[in-house]
Design a protein around this ligand. Structure first.
Ligand code: G3P
Ligand code: MG
Length: 245
């Protein structure tokens, strides 16, 4: 059986400020074999790793990411809100994460945050960055904007995509086919073991989010999902070692 991918959600976000280089490096240190991150775009078209459309929650500054140039954004402190030890952590570029993880073979789940703001040509820019680093095989692009996932496949039919959704889809593996997606990134509470099996028979895998209890991790490992997105990659790593998966 293929090894289940242990995706550190926004990096090791339980112990480090989310979506910072500190969080990504810590994720690898704690046993993550995958990293989930969120991408937004600056005024000058740079791809930056930050969850919210606004910079306020994680930097204390005001305004939207899209209204900052990268140079302006790079001066903001994205660490202190989490703890003084992280003072000076910046909002990273997607390229910085790719550089960090290329040699580790880490799977990068790049979540395009383009449901609320439709960033022009975001798909093309992300795929270009990934090709520049020759990392296409290490990537899964996910989004709640399923038109955007289809656009990714139109640009590069080989790139893997993951359909993000909450709950309530009927036979989501069939819908995944329609949207040309390879994986279902479902709220973990909406995942039943028999669905995992049925999806797999259709060639579609599950990467549920955000799984933070041992009980749910164990159930999903047993159901043979292909990956789990968690704030606690250390806990998942220990469970996978115990299981010998
Ligand atoms: O990719 C799973 C998860 O990250 C989706 O929700 O809000 O944490 O980006 P959110
Ligand atoms: Mg995300």
């Amino acid at each position: 059986m293929t090894q289940l991918i242990n995706f550190a959600h926004r990096g090791a976000s339980a112990v480090c400020p989310e979506n910072t280089m500190a969080a990504f490096a810590k994720g690898l240190e704690l046993g993550a074999t995958g990293i989930e991150t969120d991408v937004q775009m600056t005024k000058d078209g740079r791809l930056v790793l930050i969850h919210d459309e606004s910079v306020t929650r994680t930097t204390g500054a005001k305004g939207l990411v899209q209204d900052y140039t990268y140079e302006e954004l790079s001066k903001l402190d994205a660490g202190s809100w989490f703890g003084e030890d992280f003072h000076g952590e910046r909002i990273p570029l997607l390229e910085e994460l790719l550089e960090l993880t290329k040699s580790h073979g880490t799977i990068i789940n790049i979540e395009l945050k383009n449901s609320i703001i439709q960033y022009p040509e975001m798909e093309k820019r992300v795929i270009e960055a990934v090709s520049h680093y020759k990392m296409s095989e290490q990537i899964v692009i996910s989004s709640f904007n399923h038109y955007s996932l289809v656009e990714c496949k139109n640009i590069d039919p080989e790139i893997r995509t993951g359909l993000l959704y909450g709950e309530g889809l009927y036979k989501p593996w069939e819908y995944a086919k329609l949207a040309k997606a390879d994986a279902l990134h479902a709220d973990h509470r909406a995942v039943l073991p028999e669905w995992v099996t049925e999806a797999k028979q259709s060639g579609v895998v599950y990467h549920p989010w955000t799984v933070n209890t041992e009980e749910r991790m164990k159930a999903l490992i047993k159901a043979e999902v292909a990956g789990i997105i968690t704030d606690y990659p250390d806990v998942l790593s220990r469970l996978l070692q115990t299981k010998g998966a």
